[in-house]
Every structure is written in structure tokens, then in C-alpha cells.
Write a protein that binds this ligand. Structure first.
Ligand SMILES: Nc1ncnc2c1ncn2[C@@H]1O[C@H](COP(=O)(O)OP(=O)(O)OP(=O)(O)O)[C@@H](O)[C@H]1O
Length: 347
């Protein structure tokens, strides 16, 4: 059977009238971000806080209409409702409340090794015997599929099923949107997608969920802080001044939204030459420890710059699994133990 085309999908969606008028939902401009690959479709439906509850029905109807197109194997429609207001008596219940501890891994700046830290921390929690999940909430550059070597797509039953890999329950927008599809979304759309990833995934009973955030202090961070019950945030930084300044900004943001900062990890702390064993401090050293002291948050530990860590990430075999008895796995486990000691009493 030939692969379904975008035109077929739009035709199926155009059979649904827009509840706000303006014709069908395609003509009214409600449908956006359509991506299609090998029978897998993802698209967004624009919403406002007022219309969001009613649009949940429309979302289900839109998914059903597209699912009926011959050759379609999976459909994900994301409601792009505006962020919910901060918790008030009438606010909806916090999401992910069934999970023991939701731990966000954040950084002020991109490329400092946040995803690498999130993946290896999650695997360390798993090695400690905790039922662990990993949510890749970096909608603009999801890296979980690559780092864990996952190629499949989540199963869609009544709820979205996590993909299980190395004993972790995993979910990433990267599973749903083709890697080459540019995700150009506005703030409210981001908030809607993050909320849906938190709400619609059948995580099952988990002791801990590690959330890999995008860098910086944007809509994803705010949505998560406002809509989920977060045990705290781990901030990753390299020792460089610039990365540290940005890490401090991230820390201030979490404090503003009343999310406890569990501590700072210094990544790429030193470089050990694989040939001669000489240890060099390419980006300086100890900056994150000093910054943590200055800001009054725990220093969780340091991880050196080592080609084995990068290779592990790029080959879907993170270092904690690839060299479980090596110094890097020990460093990650020590960090995970410190974090767990902080959150376990409340989990
Ligand atoms: N300690 C390390 N030693 C060697 N390479 C590392 C280390 N930490 C991270 N890397 C590599 O650096 C690159 C960026 O890391 P990563 O994707 O984890 O960063 P990030 O902060 O999540 O980036 P982004 O801003 O894209 O979210 C990756 O290729 C990763 O393998």
C-alpha cells in the first residue's frame, strides 16, 4: 500500500467542523505542525484556556479521523492550550503526582552535557533498584532516542505507552516527531505539548522520573514547575565562567517558582589524556563547586571530559552501562545517591 499523503490527512481533518466557527478545523487554521513519516502522523490543534476542556473531545475526534486514513499506523494530536495559571484553589490537580519523585535536570546554557547527565543519572537510580522513568522534555532537540539507541515508536493504546530500554521507562517527543521535522512552536504550544507528555503517558508506578529539560529558562521549565509536583532540580554546568553565570540564572528561576534546587553537577570538569594519563583542566576546574557554595546549594559532584562518555552517548550505550565498574559510573552513582538522599524522605 502506498504511504498516506499529507493531503489525505488534511482531507480527513477537514471533515471536522471547528467549534469556534470559521468552517472546518483545517480552514479555520486550528491544525498546525503536521508531520508525517511512514504512516506516523503528529499535528497540533491550537487552543485557549477557555476552549481547552471542550477541545479535548475534538482532539480525540481528530485522532480518530486521521487513524481511519488507510496506511496510518499511529496518530498523535497535541492540544496547544495556553499554560494553566499558577496553582490556585480552582487550579487542576498537579500532574505526575503518582510518581515518588520527579527530578528535573536543567542547565542555563546549551551543550554542557545535561542530557548525558540525565541519562546516566536515571541509569544510576535504576542500578540502585529504583523503578525509574526518563522524560525527554527538550522539544527543540530531543536527544533521548539517540542516547539510548531507541528506534521504535511508543505503542498507542488508551494512553501513550513508554518505550522500555535498559530497564528505564522512556518517553520523548523525538519518538513522535520525525528527527528531520523542524519543531517551530510558539510558547503556548510548547506548554501544551509538555503538559500532554506529562498527562497522557502511562508511566505506571515509578519511584523516580528524571526529566531532561531544554537549556535555559523557557516555557518548558515553567510548565513543568507549575503543572507537575517536582521534588527538585539538578543543575548541570561546565566550570567555565559563562556556563556558571547561566547556571546561576537557572537556579534563580527554580527558586522563583519554588522548586528546590538539589545541587549543581560540574561536567567536563577535567580532561584525562587517554595516551599519557595527564589530567588537564580545559575549562578551568572547581568553578561549579565554588559557585554552589556561593549560592548556598549542595555541590553534587564532578564528571571529567572523556571520549568514552561521548561515545557511550552517541552509540546508545551510556557510560554507566558500558563501563559499570569504571570511575565515571562511580561518579554518576555517587551523584544519584546524594540526590536520592535529598528527595527520598519526601518521595
Ligand atoms: N563528560 C563528558 N565527556 C565527553 N563528552 C561529553 C561529556 N558530557 C557530554 N558530552 C558530549 O557533549 C555533547 C553534548 O552533550 P549533551 O547532549 O548531553 O548536552 P546538553 O546540555 O543536553 O545539550 P543540549 O543543549 O543540546 O540539550 C554530546 O555529544 C555528549 O556526548
Amino acid at each position: 500500500m502506498a504511504d498516506p499523503t499529507e493531503a489525505q490527512i488534511l482531507r480527513a481533518l477537514a471533515t471536522l467542523a471547528d467549534p469556534d466557527g470559521g468552517g472546518d478545523i483545517v480552514a479555520s487554521g486550528r491544525v498546525g505542525g503536521l508531520s508525517l513519516r511512514g504512516g506516523k502522523v503528529a499535528f497540533t490543534l491550537a487552543a485557549t484556556p477557555e476552549t481547552a476542556p471542550a477541545l479535548e473531545q475534538l482532539r480525540a475526534a481528530a485522532e480518530a479521523a486521521v487513524r481511519a486514513v488507510p496506511g496510518i499506523v499511529a496518530v498523535t494530536a497535541v492540544l496547544t492550550a495556553e499554560r494553566a495559571a499558577p496553582a490556585e484553589p480552582a487550579a487542576p490537580p498537579r500532574l505526575l503526582g503518582q510518581i515518588g519523585a520527579v527530578i528535573a535536570v536543567a542547565s542555563g546554557k546549551g551543550g554542557v552535557g545535561k542530557s548525558t547527565t540525565a541519562v546516566n543519572l536515571a541509569l544510576s537510580f535504576r542500578a540502585m533498584g529504583l523503578a525509574t522513568g526518563l522524560l525527554d522534555a527538550d522539544l527543540f532537540g530531543p536527544s533521548l532516542p539517540l542516547m539510548l539507541g531507541i528506534e521504535g515508536q511508543p505503542e498507542e493504546a488508551a494512553a501513550l505507552q513508554p518505550v522500555y530500554r535498559h530497564g528505564l521507562a522512556c518517553m520523548s517527543l523525538g519518538f513522535l516527531v520525525p528527527p528531520d521535522a523542524p519543531v517551530v512552536w510558539r510558547g503556548p504550544m510548547v506548554a501544551g505539548a509538555v503538559e500532554q507528555l506529562m498527562r497522557d503517558v502511562a508511566w505506571g508506578p515509578l519511584d523516580v522520573l528524571v526529566v531532561d529539560l531544554p537549556p535555559g529558562t523557557g516555557d518548558t521549565q515553567l510548565t513543568l514547575a507549575q503543572r507537575a509536583r517536582l521534588a527538585g532540580a539538578v543543575i548541570v554546568s561546565t566550570p567555565q565562567d559563562l556556563a556558571l553565570i547561566d547556571a546561576a540564572k537557572a537556579l534563580v528561576m527554580f527558586r522563583k517558582v519554588e522548586v528546590p534546587v538539589l545541587g549543581i553537577v560540574e561536567n567536563m570538569s577535567s580532561y584525562v589524556c587517554p595516551n599519557c594519563g595527564h589530567e588537564a583542566h580545559l575549562f578551568g576546574h572547581g568553578g561549579a563547586r565554588a559557585e554552589a557554595e556561593r549560592l548556598g546549594v549542595p555541590f553534587l559532584g564532578e564528571v571529567p571530559l572523556d571520549i568514552a562518555i561521548r561515545q557511550g552517548g552517541d552509540e546508545g550505550n551510556p557510560i554507566v552501562l558500558a563501563q559499570p565498574d569504571g570511575p565515571h559510573a562511580r561518579a554518576y552513582r555517587a551523584i544519584a545517591e546524594k540526590v536520592w538522599a535529598e528527595v527520598a524522605p519526601k518521595a
